[in-house]
Write a protein that binds this ligand. Sequence first.
Ligand code: COA
Length: 324
Amino acid sequence: MVRRSCIVGCGSYLPSQVMTNDDLAKRVDTSDEWITQRTGIKSRHIAAPGELTSDLALAAAREALAAAGMPGEALDLIVLATATPDNTFPATATKVQAALGMRGGAAFDVQAVCSGFVYALAIADNFIRLGQARNALVIGAETFSRLLDWNDRTTCVLFGDGAGAVVLQATEGTGGNADRGILSTHLHSEGQHYGLLWVDGGPSSTQTTGHLRMSGQEVFRHAVTRLAEVVEEALHANGLRPADIDWLVPHQANRRIIDSTARKLALPVDKIVLTVDHHGNTSAASIPLALAEAVNDGRIRPGQLVLMEAMGGGLTWGASLVRM
Ligand code: COA
């Protein structure tokens, strides 16, 4: 019997403050036209002062648990993907664990920047497949607004804050349910590109938090190539063809990167869940935010095949195929 991780609930949270491209044009030398053309972003949400990554994560987690009809005490694993933890340590996941009333099991953070959710999903899936967890909460939560250099127009226009979460449950599927759940996960990194997308601070190097720095064009180039490769790898591993995909739920960094992946798969635009226009790049939160939006509005339905993919600092990248 195949033991798989099924997604049984999705949740999301966005801070109430919305920052438009026009708002940004009042702070730096940019325009709605430039940002829209180069990235597809129109607006993003920004956390309120004092609103922390754990607050965003907790709100998304509560919604995902409610959708799953599962109390927090039933969880035995929390994996939280973030590059913007509340504190250097302990893991933000442990704060969420306490707030959810989860007493046993394990809670920890994963750091793979914008690939964080795909990494966290793979880790939780492996725990479940090995029988080390039954009910896992996987969260992507970020307050990237706190890492931005608000005088640098090449980066500050790209990112936003938010959180998304999914509840995974172990299923020993038989019959009609046998093919449901996470089919496979595929992770990669290439550390020689550390300096292409990084934060110029940290406890060991500068004892400051630092600011996000990026070689945008090079990241773009790697993203287009690596995402096409990993998508192909995921399909091949499952003996599937691009036409079998019902939904592409990509990391939402840039509309042009998403379009490039979709073109390589020959996927029509109405099979892509797009949130980049109203969320911007929320790093590890972007895939679970998009997934929650499309599950909760009824676009993604049980039994459909969903492909997720992401690329982030490290460089890291990965993909996952899920039968909902
Ligand atoms: N507003 C107006 N002009 C801007 C600008 C802004 N916000 N940011 C940069 N520019 C200017 C540049 O200064 C440059 O001007 P110049 O030609 O006079 O030197 C010009 O626009 C073109 O800059 P360039 O960096 O070549 O633009 P681009 O087409 O590569 O787009 C990004 C820049 C960042 C949008 C693009 O490289 C990108 O999306 N990269 C990937 C980023 C990403 O996804 N990162 C996260 C991965 S998880």
